[in-house]
Ligand binder design. Structure first.
Ligand code: IVH
Length: 670
């Protein structure tokens, strides 16, 4: 291909991929398979790599991130980013409607009701239909340019379609979908990192990250709530609809995410509906927003110093009760993180009895200036765990003692440490602090690690109490006689346990590596390290550079791996596990191949020749990937007997090839 041809090909692929991205993420109706999408993307990446001069700023290859921003530049907003006046009662909404009617001389008013997304405000500028710049709210006049990170959000179009205006700014809210947030915390739990407290702050923190590929991996989303610099419609409602035609993800009337009404009654009805239904949304909202629709009337109404008179937010009340703080205890987790927990006089809140609330860390205690015996206010907002939001100091007894964060571990008395820049205190006695020791064994036997049948947290506790184990390696010298003597252990369960431990010696190295619990080494990282280094000795002696050379392994993980192997006690446990026959080498299976590379599978139902677990192993051994649920990105569904009709229908609707067990075997055999 000549230069001209390459330039054209890059333009064509860019356009085509942006189109399919929109169909997939915004319309939920993809036209090509994930595989085809990935192949087109790969083609474009290669062409751009060889001819960077032709690559577009808005290339879909930007979606995966990779650019590092050391410092976000501060830029001025073209249209000030104001806030909304808040109200907490329906009476205030009535008052607002009265004011609006008065200021518009009793004209007929259409109100637009919308959700108040609980995320981070963003202004995105498009010039000639191309995403030009994305800026945070900042102080309302100036914000930070976070364009590289915003480009990775799949529902934000990089290029507009249809009859878009030449120069336009879109305002919206970037938020963390709840499912993605929970998945992120789950993976942090697994790798021993502290969990994030709530989706809003995590969205905000994510957008300020320097490495855009991390932003890309987190799955942020964006809803639009304002169109600036467009005069093609008479009002806001139609402008939002129009923005949908240009490719934005806009709130849909059918879901009541947006609604137009000409009466106060309609507004109240909207508020009541979402006050009740908000818990079923896949993202958090903290209220609804009511806007006057007509731009002409908006102009008549104008602004106060801080906010428009033509809009008002109705904030949902977080349910709040007061109760007494009886005492604070400190839980030590598997990673040594010490979490203060408030023990409260039981109180009813949002349909459940609340007895405890997490205080997160010592900063939180200080901020609240908590004293034992305080009357505290407890709230349950969008989050499930109740939270202490304040103290009624007027009711504090004079002799009340302040809550003092301990200097020593409540379990093993080792002096606690607090690393620079971290809010959490840690007990550094990893290998000698009982909850950490037990936690490590529990992690080791877990379903995603050694998956030991017949062994659970309770038995681990009993084994510790009886002095039979100190660490995971000790499990392998347990005898039937020792185990059967434990409380509530019958012959059969003792047998099960011993057999389960024996069977775990067949667990592949990557899961053993996950199981030994190196800080920051979650399931995926363990897989990468195992496949790269092939055995524990190579990993143990790997230097820093060769660790960070591995795909997806950063400095933090590399340091943690090195620290782990620098500790004699860890090496001792590994030697013992090795001697017991646990796998520390990747089994290069004879039947391994790359035949299924790039393909993702959902295996569901009951099979004849293999069981589900075996089928999944065969898929992985041959380079394929197992995924949990069917999406447009799934390449194949392997369907056995009794596969649910809903799943089958979903696969069929998305046009995914459904294979029987025999067809799968045929596919494998070429
Ligand atoms: S309209 C001139 N609509 O709430 C005010 N804001 O305090 C324009 N927000 O910073 C804002 N959902 O981040 C508007 N449907 C919605 C919203 C919304 C969330 C946020 C926005 C703004 C804050 C206002």
């Amino acid at each position: 291909m000549d230069k001209k041809g390459i330039e054209q090909e890059i333009a064509r692929l860019t356009k085509e991929l942006n189109h399919h991205n929109h169909l997939y993420y915004v319309e939920n109706s993809p036209e090509i398979s994930d595989y085809e999408f990935d192949m087109l993307l790969k083609q474009l990446q290669e062409l751009e790599g060889a001819h960077p001069e032709f690559a577009y700023d808005n290339s879909p290859t930007q979606r995966v991130g990779g650019d590092i921003t050391k410092k976000f530049e501060t830029v001025e907003h073209r249209y000030a980013m104001l806030s909304l006046s808040n109200s907490y009662s329906k009476v205030e909404i009535e008052d607002w409607v009265q004011r609006v009617l008065k200021l518009t001389d009793g004209e007929e008013i259409q109100y637009v009701c919308e959700l108040k997304y609980d995320g981070v405000a963003i202004g995105i500028q498009y010039v000639n239909g191309k995403l030009n710049r994305a800026v945070t709210r900042g102080d309302g006049t100036r914000g930070e340019d976070i364009t590289t990170n915003v480009r990775t959000i799949r529902t934000v179009p990089l290029e507009l379609k249809g009859d878009f205006p030449e120069d336009i700014e879109i305002r919206g809210e970037i938020f963390f979908p709840l499912k993605k947030f929970e998945a992120l915390n789950e993976s942090r739990r697994e790798s021993g990192e502290p969990e994030f407290a709530n989706p809003r702050n995590t969205a905000s923190g994510t957008l300020k990250m320097q490495d855009s590929s991390i932003v890309a991996s987190r799955g942020l989303d964006c809803f639009l709530y304002g169109v600036y610099g467009y005069s093609g419609t008479e009002g806001h409602y139609e402008a939002v609809k129009k923005a949908g035609e240009w490719g934005f993800k806009v709130p849909k009337p059918a879901e009541r995410y947006i609604e137009r009404t000409n009466s106060l009654k309609g507004v109240m009805n909207y508020i009541s509906y979402w006050d009740e239904k908000r818990k079923s949304l896949p993202f958090e909202i903290d209220g609804v927003v009511i806007k006057v629709d007509s731009y002409a009337q908006q102009e008549t109404l104008g602004f106060t110093a801080k906010s428009p008179r033509w809009a008002i937010a109705y904030k949902f009340k977080a349910e709040r009760v007061s109760t007494t703080l009886e005492h604070v205890n400190y839980q030590v987790g598997r990673t040594g993180a010490v979490t203060p927990v408030a023990n409260l006089t039981p109180v009813q809140l949002g349909g459940t009895t609340v007895k405890r609330a997490s205080l997160h860390n010592s900063d939180q205690i200080e901020k609240l200036d908590l004293h034992i015996g305080d009357v505290v206010f407890v709230e349950k907002g969008g989050e499930i765990i109740p939270k202490i939001v304040g103290v009624d100091t007027s009711r504090r007894k004079q002799a009340a003692q302040p809550v003092d964060f301990p200097e020593n571990c409540p379990e093993c008395k080792t002096q606690l440490i607090r690393r620079e820049g971290e809010a959490q205190h840690y007990c550094p006695n990893e290998l000698g602090c009982p909850p950490q020791m037990k936690g490590r064994v529990e992690h080791f036997i877990g379903r995603k690690a050694m998956d030991i049948d017949g062994l659970g947290a309770e038995t681990v506790d009993a084994l510790f109490e009886a002095g039979l184990i100190q660490n995971a390696a000790d499990l392998y010298s347990l005898t039937f006689d020792q185990v059967v003597n434990l409380d509530r252990m019958a012959d059969k369960s003792a047998n099960n346990l011993i057999n389960g431990i024996k069977a775990s010696k067949e667990i592949p190295f990557e899961r053993v590596l996950f199981g030994i619990g190196i800080r920051f080494v979650g399931e995926t990282v363990a897989k990468k390290l195992a496949r790269h280094f092939k055995n524990i000795d190579a990993l143990k002696t790997a230097d820093f550079d060769s660790l960070v050379d591995v795909d997806e392994i950063g400095e933090k993980i590399a340091i943690s791996v090195q620290e782990y192997f620098a500790d004699e006690r860890n090496l001792e446990i590994i030697e013992k596990l090795k001697a017991a026959g646990v796998r520390f080498v990747v089994e290069e299976k004879e039947d391994a191949s790359n035949k299924l590379e790039g393909k993702s599978f959902v295996v569901s139902g009951v099979f004849e020749t293999f069981d589900r677990k075996q089928l999944k192993e065969i898929i992985e051994t041959n380079g394929g990937k197992n995924v949990g649920s069917i999406s447009a990105r799934t390449s194949y569904v392997v369907a056995g007997e009794n596969m649910g009709p809903a799943k089958l229908k979903k696969a069929a609707d998305l046009g995914i090839t459904i294979l029987s067990e025999q067809e799968f075997i045929a596919l494998l055999n070429g």
